[in-house]
Design a protein around this ligand. Sequence first.
Ligand SMILES: C[C@@]1(CC(=O)O)C2=NC(=C\c3[nH]c(c(CCC(=O)O)c3CC(=O)O)Cc3[nH]c(c(CC(=O)O)c3CCC(=O)O)/C=C3\N/C(=C\2)[C@@H](CCC(=O)O)[C@]3(C)CC(=O)O)/[C@H]1CCC(=O)O
Ligand SMILES: NC(=O)c1ccc[n+]([C@@H]2O[C@H](COP(=O)([O-])OP(=O)(O)OC[C@H]3O[C@@H](n4cnc5c(N)ncnc54)[C@H](O)[C@@H]3O)[C@@H](O)[C@H]2O)c1
Length: 198
Amino acid sequence: MFYPINLKLKNIEITVIGGGEVAYRKCKNFLGFGKSVKVVSENFIEKFSTIESKVEIINDSYKEEYIKSSFIVVAATNNKEVNKKIGIYCRNNGKLVNVVDDIELSNYTVPSCVKRGDLLISISTGGNSPSLSSKIKRELENKYDNTYEEYVSLLGEIRKEIIEKIEDISERKNKLNALVNLDIEELKVIKDEYKNIK
Ligand SMILES: C[C@@]1(CC(=O)O)C2=NC(=C\c3[nH]c(c(CCC(=O)O)c3CC(=O)O)Cc3[nH]c(c(CC(=O)O)c3CCC(=O)O)/C=C3\N/C(=C\2)[C@@H](CCC(=O)O)[C@]3(C)CC(=O)O)/[C@H]1CCC(=O)O
Ligand SMILES: NC(=O)c1ccc[n+]([C@@H]2O[C@H](COP(=O)([O-])OP(=O)(O)OC[C@H]3O[C@@H](n4cnc5c(N)ncnc54)[C@H](O)[C@@H]3O)[C@@H](O)[C@H]2O)c1
């Protein structure tokens, strides 16, 4: 079983080993969260040309020196032995490692996720079915559409106001709980009301 955490990637070095479909997907995923990575492989599929300006490309086969200073490593080659070597090295050296063909050796996996601004819904099947994760993602994408970006941001702004302006803890909690039953237009009105309270 995996434990979910939300990680700040700023100032963390990340290296992806491999230049195929899976390595590309993992790189794109990091870029989607505003994080650039180093990627090491002798060969890269054509798609990498679309992201080559955003990642650091190293044209070489895997060597320990490339991951020594990385905290997160993705072993995404099609060579099981190489992936295993990377996994074991990372495990022994306090690194987070995603070995794409070995869930047992991985100490983290990548969930499927729906992002709407600061709303992040992630889905994992513990490796049992990435296809199911992907299907559930599509379902949630429809339910939680793009309007949630503004909605969650408004909730955050009003929450700050409520915490600052309402001292009674149980009143504060009731008001915070009630906010999520309002729609965007109602929240905008409430936000202005709180802003006007001194
Ligand atoms: C969520 C997502 C994130 C991402 O990678 O970006 C992700 N896989 C995705 C897609 C996908 N991957 C595969 C298929 C083909 C169909 C199928 O096999 O079902 C599809 C579907 C597709 O392509 O549509 C093949 C596959 N996947 C793994 C193996 C190796 C193995 O099982 O050992 C094999 C090769 C098996 C073989 O040998 O053939 C392993 C893992 N894949 C995971 C994540 C982790 C568990 C997540 C969970 O618990 O659900 C885990 C354990 C490790 C990891 O990589 O983190 C992304 C969906 C993106 C999205 O749509 O949001
Ligand atoms: N976790 C997942 O989501 C997932 C999904 C599909 C497949 N897989 C597994 O991931 C593996 C990779 O899949 P793919 O489609 O990207 O394969 P691929 O054949 O498209 O690419 C493999 C890449 O690894 C590189 N490589 C090989 N040896 C290397 C080394 N010593 N150092 C650096 N790079 C090296 C190759 O140059 C190539 O770029 C597959 O073997 C499969 O078992 C995992």
